[in-house]
Design a protein around this ligand. Structure first.
Ligand SMILES: Nc1ncnc2c1ncn2[C@@H]1O[C@H](COP(=O)(O)OP(=O)(O)OP(=O)(O)O)[C@@H](O)[C@H]1O
Ligand SMILES: [Mg+2]
Length: 276
């Protein structure tokens, strides 16, 4: 199903990348919204490169343009200036090669778990047999076995988010974009989902860009944490996370590297919130 990850030590540092290793690139991206006589500059000069197989977390104060940045990468929002490329081709509209997980699971109430996942295949006109096979694999991978025919109201918040993750992965996207996917979950479920997502990433070598308000989540999951400043959103700092490929949860949270990066990110976010 998935290509197995070749390396366990993470992708090369962005500075060492040749163009072909870049999965996502934004160059000088500005986004300005104009509506009802109001003008809001959401993004200003965003330069971001995400390598193939990298896991990048994006943190930043509310309203700094994180969701807008993900939407721009997915081709759902147009740039006002600059350029976005995915696998070297310019993004000029909604892209089929991305999967998107939203803050709310946004499941269809009248469809069971499996049929919610398969909705993606129907929308994209993918072959039915192959999609069903892949849905079954994803259900197993995300620990939803036995709940295929459960309706959304019969699922916990964490399980609904797993269904949403399966739906985002059904068409085998090159890039998974996640916008605060676990924000509505209780702390323990969120931790479990973090561990699960990290495991899936380790197993698949997918490229992931995750927006989160949780510093711990950002650092635990990522190869790199990008911190954005207040509006108009721009990248103010990036931190490489020098932790092993496989990350046991408790051990990682107690590690000096986790605490170092976490403290640095928190300090920046605090300064951003204080308007520095
Ligand atoms: N479609 C839109 N039309 C007009 N303004 C918009 C639109 N989408 C976003 N904005 C504005 O752009 C700015 C950035 O919004 P965005 O949703 O990207 O922020 P965010 O960092 O995701 O915030 P949060 O952490 O609260 O989710 C905000 O000021 C918002 O009001
Ligand atoms: Mg947002």
């Amino acid at each position: 199903m998935f290509a197995r990850r070749q390396r366990v030590d993470g992708p090369p540092a962005p500075a060492a990348l040749g163009h072909s290793d870049a999965m996502v690139e934004t160059r000088g991206v500005d986004v300005t919204f104009r509506s009802k006589g109001r003008t809001v500059q959401a993004l200003s000069g965003i330069d971001l490169t995400v390598a193939r197989g990298e896991f990048v977390s994006i943190a930043g104060p509310s309203g700094c343009g994180k969701s807008t940045l993900l939407r721009v990468v997915a081709g759902l929002t147009e740039v006002t200036a600059g350029e976005v490329t995915l696998r070297g081709t310019r993004v000029a509209g909604p892209r089929r090669d991305v999967g998107f997980v939203f803050q709310r699971a946004a499941l269809l109430d009248w469809r069971n778990a499996r049929d919610n996942i398969l909705f993606q295949a129907e929308m994209r006109g993918l072959p039915r047999d192959r999609s069903r096979k892949r849905a079954a694999e994803l259900i197993e991978m995300t620990g939803l076995s036995g709940f295929e025919t459960a309706m959304p109201y019969e699922l916990s918040g964490g399980m609904q988010q797993r269904v949403s993750l399966c739906r985002a992965l059904l068409h085998e996207p090159d890039v998974l974009l996640m916008d605060e996917p676990f924000g509505a979950l209780d702390a323990l479920t969120r931790e479990n989902m973090n561990v699960e997502l990290r495991r899936i990433w380790e197993a698949t070598g997918m490229t992931v860009v995750l927006v989160t308000h949780s510093v711990a989540e950002a650092v635990y999951l990522a190869s790199r944490v990008v911190v954005m400043g207040p509006r108009p959103g721009r990248v103010i700092e990036e931190f490489a996370v020098d932790l092993p490929g496989h990350r046991a949860y408790e051990q990682t949270l107690e590690s000096a590297e986790f605490q170092r990066v976490g403290a640095a990110v928190r300090e920046l976010l605090g300064a951003a919130a204080a308007g520095d």
